[in-house]
Design a protein around this ligand. Structure first.
Ligand SMILES: C[S@@+](CC[C@H](N)C(=O)[O-])C[C@H]1O[C@@H](n2cnc3c(N)ncnc32)[C@H](O)[C@@H]1O
Length: 193
């Protein structure tokens, strides 16, 4: 199982956000949705061995964790607007107890450290300047931790490192979050793990 936990620092947490302004008023929800597509989709299929975990930290009611499970989700398409509608449905569930709001879509009110504890068991923190992923063994069943268009906050970084995360880099350039996920998928596919 490959899990990708993406922190959306400004992603809104009201189910009323507009599907017409995902990059603006919805707090860069487009980054989270593109990251989920990179985690879950290949050209003509879904990656059943993958999970996209989106942590939404924007107003008005953070923190919210939306988990999309490749082996359970039904009719998941690349279209960002349709997938944003799934996020809106997930945001209607604000309880701390995780609930499956649609097949393969789990929602809860969950902090970043709680999300790490729920996911695990091993962590890879993707950070520019980290050890080259191409020459490093990656733990089985790892949760890969990424940020949106801003770096993890110092306390978030401390929480990941406190769980013995391996810090891996993907090359000299800072790439977009979805691009980083595709690079990881390709590397793991190439290794056949
Ligand atoms: C757009 S980057 C974050 C902001 C970045 N510091 C910048 O200068 O724009 C999005 C995320 O993708 C991952 N990422 C991007 N480039 C990377 C690289 N070269 N190596 C490892 N991870 C990378 C990191 O997890 C990062 O938080």
């Amino acid at each position: 199982m490959r899990r990708f936990l993406v922190v959306g620092h400004r992603a809104v947490t009201s189910p009323e956000f507009s599907l017409d302004d995902l990059a603006g008023a919805a707090g860069r929800m487009d980054i989270l949705l593109s990251a989920a597509n990179a985690a879950l989709l290949v050209a003509h299929d879904i990656r059943r061995d993958a999970e996209a975990d989106l942590l939404l930290l924007g107003p008005p009611d953070p923190p919210r964790l939306v988990r999309i499970l490749g082996h359970r989700v039904r009719s998941y398409q690349p279209d960002l607007r349709s997938n944003a509608a799934l996020i809106r449905k997930a945001l209607e569930h604000g309880s701390r107890v995780e609930h499956e709001v649609a097949p393969g879509i789990l929602a809860s009110k969950t902090t970043f450290p709680e999300a790490l504890d729920r996911l695990g068991p091993a962590f890879v923190y993707l950070r520019q300047g980290g050890k080259d992923i191409r020459t490093t063994a990656v733990p089985a069943d790892a949760t890969f931790v990424l940020s949106d268009n801003q770096d993890l906050a110092p306390e978030e970084e401390r929480a990941v490192l406190a769980r013995d995360a391996l810090v891996l880099g993907l090359g000299p350039h800072a790439v977009h979050t979805d691009q980083a996920i595709v690079l990881v998928q390709n590397e793991l596919d190439r290794r056949g793990v």
